[in-house]
Write a protein that binds this ligand. Structure first.
Ligand SMILES: [Zn+2]
Length: 306
């Protein structure tokens, strides 16, 4: 079996849960789909115009979560943790049906998606994977925030930093190499919020499904969840998870090196739009076994591509 061919699931899998922001119950099913079809969402609660494709230009709101919309205004929101799980596990083609607007939040991380996808066999096609390889540096600076992407050899590195006034979160930084590192901590890291923001969020119509079962809540120097943190860098690790999910809206695996300080869904999307503005910023290619570097085969790496 080639690790560089496009993959899909061998059979459908189902999730039930609640939308973090809508608070609505949602059933979601991930179906296998054909090579080169990529990821597509289908709102089965609607009869018409219900296909919504996750791509860079379909992001209509990226304030609290990533929301995509089709040309008819039909939306799917909070797609980022599921997108990250599919990226990391190498699920290239899938049709995702859901009966509500929002992807279920599950436990606030990508853990449940990862567990279920990993428990299902993959079907490997004969069609090679496609990659976007950065050829130039692109960056976005906004006040004290920034995100930039440089070229890399064959890796996707994400170096992320957050700076919070809250003393418990404070400044955290972590760097992962997406195709080489063990990403368990990244994938298991939950979304988080400050206790004092909950009332504001609810008043604005968000976080209606939020609870201690699907988000870390921080009040001053205390974590309100009984079980505490899952790993020491859970806050920044979750931001890395979001970043991976948002990058998958580019449609292909990415080869580049990202550095981000205090960014989030919007900034990642702005970066990708900037990258795609100029064709000389990147190239798209199929990675064939014959063109692999000597060291490649020997490494038990590229788990996510595999
Ligand atoms: Zn998130």
């Amino acid at each position: 079996m080639s690790i560089l061919k496009q993959k899909t699931l061998s059979k459908p899998i189902e999730f039930k849960g609640v939308g973090l922001h809508t608070g609505e119950k949602v059933k979601m099913k991930i179906f296998p789909s054909a090579p080169n079809s990529g990821i597509a969402f289908k709102r089965i609660d609607l009869k018409y115009n219900n296909l919504v494709i996750p791509n860079v230009y379909n992001v209509v709101n990226a304030t609290l979560c990533t929301t995509i919309s089709n040309e008819f205004g039909v939306k799917v929101s909070t797609i980022e943790h599921l997108m990250a799980a599919m990226y990391v596990l190498g699920l290239d083609n899938a049709l995702i049906e859901l009966d509500s607007q929002e992807v279920p939040i599950m436990d606030g991380s990508a853990k449940n998606f990862v567990d279920m996808i990993m428990a299902t066999e993959f079907e490997v096609s004969d069609i090679p994977l496609k990659f976007i390889k950065m050829e130039k540096s692109v960056s976005i600076y906004k006040d004290s925030k920034f995100i930039k992407i440089d070229k890399s050899n064959i890796t996707l590195d994400i170096d992320f930093e957050i700076k919070y006034k809250n003393p418990l979160i404070g400044t955290q930084q972590n760097k992962v190499s997406v195709y080489q590192d063990d990403l368990t901590d990244t994938l298991n890291s939950r979304t988080f919020c400050l206790y004092e923001d909950i009332a504001k969020l609810r008043k604005a119509g968000f976080a209606k499904g939020g609870s201690l079962d699907n988000a870390i809540v921080v009040k001053d120097k205390e974590i309100l969840n009984d079980e505490g943190l899952r790993n020491d860098l859970e806050f920044v690790n979750h931001k890395i998870l979001d970043c991976i999910g948002d990058i998958y809206l580019s449609g292909y695996k990415l080869i580049g090196s990202i550095k981000c300080s205090q960014g989030g869904h919007s900034l990642t999307n702005e970066l990708l739009r900037e990258v795609f503005k100029d064709k000389s910023n990147f190239s798209i290619f199929e990675l064939k076994e014959k063109s692999l570097p000597h060291s490649f085969i020997n490494k038990p790496l590229l788990k996510s591509i595999a």
